[in-house]
Design a protein around this ligand. Structure first.
Ligand code: FES
Length: 158
């Protein structure tokens, strides 16, 4: 089984609440990613079969959402928004700071597997720009110094 039996049963039950199985695809991808660590070829094949979609259709959905990934990431996935609101409030500097602090670039993972870094489009926190998302946590109104404290907090809890 590419995902746990428990998760697969949960999908079967939950899918009944949606108008079509396709409507439940994004949540299934997220749950699978959380369990497996990324969306593997096997997960794609499994969910395609489950929803009656082709693997290409599932891959097209994955490629649209920056929170879905097909490769393993670090324990803490740091997503720096550099879209317009964040850009106007120093996001480029923040991203450069992250690259130098972690020693990695866009879509790379630190050798110890603790952090991954990504430059992403708007994450919906424009009013509190510049914003960074780490896994499911949002961090807003950041400066390089505040971001250092955020990253150190995660490092302590690894
Ligand atoms: S532009 Fe960065 S959160 Fe919207």
């Amino acid at each position: 089984m590419v995902i746990s039996e428990k998760l697969d049963k949960f999908f079967d039950e939950k899918m009944k609440e949606y108008p079509t199985s396709r409507s439940f695809l994004v949540p299934m991808l997220l749950y699978s990613q959380d369990e497996v660590g990324f969306i593997s070829d096997e997960v794609i094949a499994h969910l395609a079969k489950k929803t009656g979609l082709t693997e290409l259709e599932v891959r097209n959905v994955i490629s649209y959402y920056s929170m879905l990934r097909t490769k393993p990431a670090g324990k803490f996935n740091v997503q720096v928004c550099t879209n317009i609101c964040c850009m106007l409030r120093g996001a480029d500097e923040l991203f450069e700071h992250c690259k130098s602090k972690l020693g990695i670039g866009h879509k790379q993972t630190t050798p110890d597997g603790v952090f991954s870094l990504e430059e992403v489009e708007c994450i919906g926190a424009c009013s509190w720009a510049p914003a960074v998302q780490v896994n499911y946590d949002f961090h807003e109104n950041l400066t390089p110094e505040k971001l250092d404290a955020v990253l150190e907090g995660y490092k302590k809890n690894e």
